[in-house]
Design a protein around this ligand. Structure first.
Ligand SMILES: NC(=O)c1ccc[n+]([C@@H]2O[C@H](COP(=O)([O-])OP(=O)(O)OC[C@H]3O[C@@H](n4cnc5c(N)ncnc54)[C@H](OP(=O)(O)O)[C@@H]3O)[C@@H](O)[C@H]2O)c1
Length: 326
């Protein structure tokens, strides 16, 4: 089969289109013939050697996919060869065939497109950060950073469905602000030019945001904790800026504010049943047409380097997909 391999840590030139043996499922695993896989920002961090759950090169990147089950390992029940599924995979999904654990493999409703199924990680991340981590309730305000991106644009849609108000979105260009507004944002700020604190306080009668979803960290974190409501929940789930955020502990204890981390990968390894609960809930929202992941671009698998370059250059919006059948 064909796959993409990261030959060494570094830039996108490290991605090679290679020939590999078809993997064989072990106990509790299924093999999936991949129809589409997603480019996730974590794949870029892993390629740079900066992903907390990464592997040493050479490795096949990729965390999620949609496809058809081609073989079952021992002990797998409730899944069948030929079934269309989405999955969090065991080893890289930038490949024509991949293995996944049965508990992390989800049969797909006919109403869920392959494109939406291949957006599994971003769907689950958007849902978990708002609900399990952010504990958002109707009528609360939410600040969503990088809101035209894969996770961000989906989080805006889910926040709207859950009754959040106002939904304040940030993004890095005028075009992206339009995408965030069309996804359901009430207020959209270009955080590369505008003052985050002033804009959020202005949109929330000076209270600050009740829930904050931050995947950028660095300076964005520092500015956002200044615009954070009492009893608020700050969900930090990434570091696209490449810099950690810093804050002083009294920011939290003096006003009953919480700082909550989220990692789907850590849930996947240690609490797959909880991850499954959120996954089933968000897939129902997709099947019902409430949530529609925005597909920004699609590339043949062999052009994975071009796809990753698009995402890391901040020029992409929505989900970027790779097609191993093209
Ligand atoms: N914890 C988890 O389990 C989990 C799961 C999935 C994703 N994530 C995180 O969520 C974030 C979004 O992931 P995604 O796959 O949907 O990617 P994405 O949002 O589609 O792409 C990343 C976006 O981050 C913004 N960004 C801000 N500073 C950046 C910088 N210095 N370099 C590059 N981009 C920068 C850019 O949007 P603007 O131009 O609008 O700023 C860019 O388009 C990433 O940080 C990812 O690691 C975490």
């Amino acid at each position: 089969m064909h796959a993409i391999e990261v030959a060494g840590y570094g830039d996108a030139a490290q991605l090679r289109y290679v020939e590999r043996d078809e993997p064989v499922p072990g106990p509790g695993q299924v093999a999936i013939r991949v129809a589409l896989t997603g480019v996730n920002f974590a794949d870029i961090m892993a390629r740079r050697g900066a992903y907390h759950a990464g592997s040493p090169p050479p490795f096949v990147p990729g965390l999620d996919c949609v496809g058809t089950i081609s073989a079952l390992g021992d002990g797998v029940e409730n899944l069948n060869v030929g079934q269309r599924v989405a999955a969090f995979v065991d080893a890289g999904s930038y490949a024509q065939t991949v293995l996944a654990r049965d508990v992390l493999t989800y049969p797909l409703h006919d109403r869920i497109s392959d494109e939406a199924g291949a957006s599994l990680l971003l769907l689950v991340t958007a849902y978990h950060t708002l609900t399990f981590a952010g504990k958002i309730t109707a009528g609360e305000s939410v600040l969503i950073h990088a809101a035209a991106g894969g996770v961000g644009s989906t989080a805006v849609q889910i926040a709207k469905h859950l009754g959040a108000k106002p939904i304040i979105a940030t993004a890095g260009s005028a075009e992206k602000l339009g995408i965030a507004r069309r996804a359901g944002a009430d207020v959209a700020i270009d955080y590369t030019k505008e003052d985050i604190k002033a804009a959020v306080l202005g949109a929330t009668q000076n209270r600050g945001a009740d829930v904050i979803l931050d995947s950028v960290a660095g300076d964005v974190f520092a500015a956002s904790v200044e615009a954070f409501a009492p009893f608020g929940r700050y969900v930090i789930y990434g570091m696209s800026s490449g810099k950690p955020g810093e804050a002083k502990t009294p920011t939290f204890h003096t006003q009953n504010r919480s700082l909550v981390g989220f990692s789907a990968g850590h849930y996947r390894n240690l609490r797959p049943a909880v991850l499954r609960e959120g996954t089933m809930a968000v897939l129902e929202l997709v099947a019902a047409g409430v949530v529609k992941p925005i597909i920004g671009a699609r590339f043949p698998l062999r052009d994975a380097a071009q796809a990753q370059t698009l995402v890391e250059s901040r020029a992409s919006h929505g989900k970027v997909l790779l097609d191993p059948t093209a």
